[in-house]
Design a protein around this ligand. Structure first.
Ligand code: NDP
Length: 310
């Protein structure tokens, strides 16, 4: 009997993924049927994006695993109709894209690029930026994306502090964890990068209390998820100068509503959830490897801990 693989994602993705998945499953030596429409009780694996509309897995009685195309799984990890393993996306292309985006925005803050680009009024103030080695950057979240970003910033000589739930050891990165670690990290950092997942434990992790720990004028870069930041607290901190500037890629409501204060705030840069995306060529390989593993009885890669939500 063939392995039935349902592709349940935005329809526009299918033409790009179909040949890649077809090739990967063939290379894995599997007898398979790959389609965007398969009767629920015959599906073995779902290649899944939350915006596909599939939310109720009750009738997927033969399902072996759901393989997410997205790294962030907050909208599915709590789904009680899903009782089989859920794997999230860890994709080399996604990681590379995020690393480039983070490094670009850190350098933009570090070098004061916005200030110099808009300096058209004859001002000639020779205030060269410090070296990266004199700048502390904190990366909250040291998973696939946070660790790669922290390593890239370290390679540029930034003093990098990383913070995670469990203890880490990453060469060149000062790794902290737990509530005390967060206090220590924030109190000495000029640029904060948020690469945490959206879980009950990380909601509003940047709030009035934690924002007040930062040195005055610190800058925030959020490519993680919108709920990581208490928006009212951030706006207050921006208005008081406690936070100098924020670059926000993700929001509680997306697209960011036109009336939202972030759009008009002079010290906020809004980007439309483009920090990075899953790349079909590399992510299809990850999906096919997981299906191969499932069929061989081997453990899946990148399993979500449903209790922790990531
Ligand atoms: P991972 O699951 O690999 O890493 C998550 C990290 O966060 C881990 O280091 C984990 O700690 C840490 N963490 C989780 N909970 C806590 C907590 N309560 N306290 C402290 N640390 C915690 O995720 P990725 O790196 O792959 O992705 C991170 C997020 O980036 C995604 O969840 C998604 O929301 C976002 N994203 C955004 C994109 C964009 O375009 N804007 C694109 C892709 C992803 P530990 O290592 O100890 O478990």
């Amino acid at each position: 009997m063939p392995v039935n693989v349902l592709f349940s994602a935005r329809p526009g993705l299918w033409p790009e993924y179909e040949p890649l998945l077809h090739q990967g499953l063939t290379d894995a030596g599997l007898d398979f049927h790959l389609a965007t429409d398969i009767p629920a009780d015959q599906v073995d694996y779902v290649v899944y994006a939350p915006n596909s509309g599939l939310q109720d897995f009750t009738s997927y009685t033969r399902l072996k695993a759901v393989l997410s195309l997205w790294a962030g799984v907050e909208s599915i990890s709590g789904n009680e109709t899903l009782t089989v393993p859920l794997a999230r996306m860890v994709d080399g292309g996604l990681t590379q894209g995020m690393t480039e985006w983070v490094v670009g925005h850190v350098l933009r803050y570090h070098l004061g690029m916005d200030r110099h680009i808009t300096q058209q009024d004859g001002d000639w103030t020779p205030d060269a930026p410090p070296l990266a080695s004199q700048r502390t950057v904190c990366v909250l979240g040291l998973g696939a994306l946070g660790e790669a970003s922290a390593r890239a910033l370290t390679a540029l000589n930034f003093h990098v502090i990383g913070w995670s739930r469990t203890a880490k050891d990453i060469p060149g990165v000062t790794c902290l964890h737990g509530p005390e670690g967060l206090r220590a990290a924030l109190s000495q950092t000029e640029i904060v990068v948020l690469l945490l997942p959206d879980t009950p434990a990380t909601t509003n992790i940047l709030n009035a209390h934690t924002l007040a720990l930062l040195p005055k004028g610190a800058q925030i870069i959020n490519p993680g998820r919108g709920p990581l930041i208490d928006d009212d607290a951030l706006l207050q901190a921006l208005n008081s100068g406690q936070v100098g500037h924020a670059t926000l890629d993700v929001f509680r409501t997306e697209p960011l509503p036109p009336e939202h204060s972030y759009w008009a705030h002079p010290n906020v840069t809004v980007t439309p959830h483009i920090a990075s995306e899953t790349r079909p060529v590399t992510s299809a390989q990850v999906i096919c490897e997981n299906i191969r593993r499932g069929e061989a009885g081997e453990p899946f890669l990148h399993l979500v801990d449903r209790g922790l939500g990531y």
